[in-house]
Design a protein. Structure first.
Length: 216
């Protein structure tokens, strides 16, 4: 019940953000996503495209398999540990939407957000969403054994790829703004995932690559 309540809160505040697009409130649209790939990977994540295309065609086994409380039925200790992880991931996802306030949107730039979860990473909503799916769906388990688990893990990483492309197209779009470039470099130095950039320097934000529209 907590999980679905948070989902409703997330959608509710996103709707409020869309309805509050006014220059007087400094929530007007500064620019719109300029690339086709940016529009495609965004639109496919929402109803009806997600259910009719992504899930029904590509990710059926991932989303129609058992979920965490079915896998862990009878394992009280594991349920006690795993359940809060599911809720925590959803809490971060919902809190990120709340952080946008009246500036929540997709495919547009309505002002830089650097507070809340955005103080720690550029894409807290997408990261928490993927952890949410990992904890909720547990794709590493399958009734078809190891081969089935490998198949659902491939599907899960394909979903991650969709959200990676969303993140990169957004970075490329926002890199035209000096304040975003400054913020992205600050996150590289102070964010919670800065260690990833130290291990794989190629993953660090590059204004040159972003402005050139590179995705990988």
């Amino acid at each position: 019940m907590v999980y679905f309540f948070l989902t409703v809160i997330d959608v509710l505040f996103a709707t409020i953000g869309y309805l509050m697009t006014f220059r007087a409130l400094d929530t007007d649209i500064r620019s719109t996503e300029p690339t086709l790939i940016g529009w495609i990977v965004c639109i496919i994540c929402y109803y009806p495209f997600w259910e009719l295309v992504a899930v029904s065609v590509f990710f059926t086994e991932l989303y129609e398999g058992n979920v965490w409380y079915e896998w862990l039925e009878g394992y009280t200790t594991l349920l006690t540990i795993w359940g809060p992880l599911v809720v925590l991931a959803m809490c971060v996802e919902s809190f990120t939407t709340l952080t946008f306030g009246a500036r929540f949107s997709n495919l547009t730039f309505r002002g830089l957000i650097t507070t809340g979860p955005f103080r720690y990473t550029k894409h807290p909503q997408y990261i928490s969403k993927m952890f949410n799916r990992l904890f909720f769906l547990m794709p590493f388990l399958s009734m078809d054994g190891t081969s089935g688990a490998l198949k659902t893990m491939v599907m899960f990483f394909a979903v991650c790829l969709v959200y990676y492309l969303r993140a990169k197209t957004e970075e490329n779009h926002l890199s035209r703004y000096p304040e975003y470039v400054e913020y992205a470099h600050w996150i590289d130095q102070h964010g919670i995932f800065r260690w990833v950039g130290k291990l794989i320097p190629r993953l660090k934000f590059s204004a040159e690559r972003a402005q050139a529209g590179k995705l990988f």
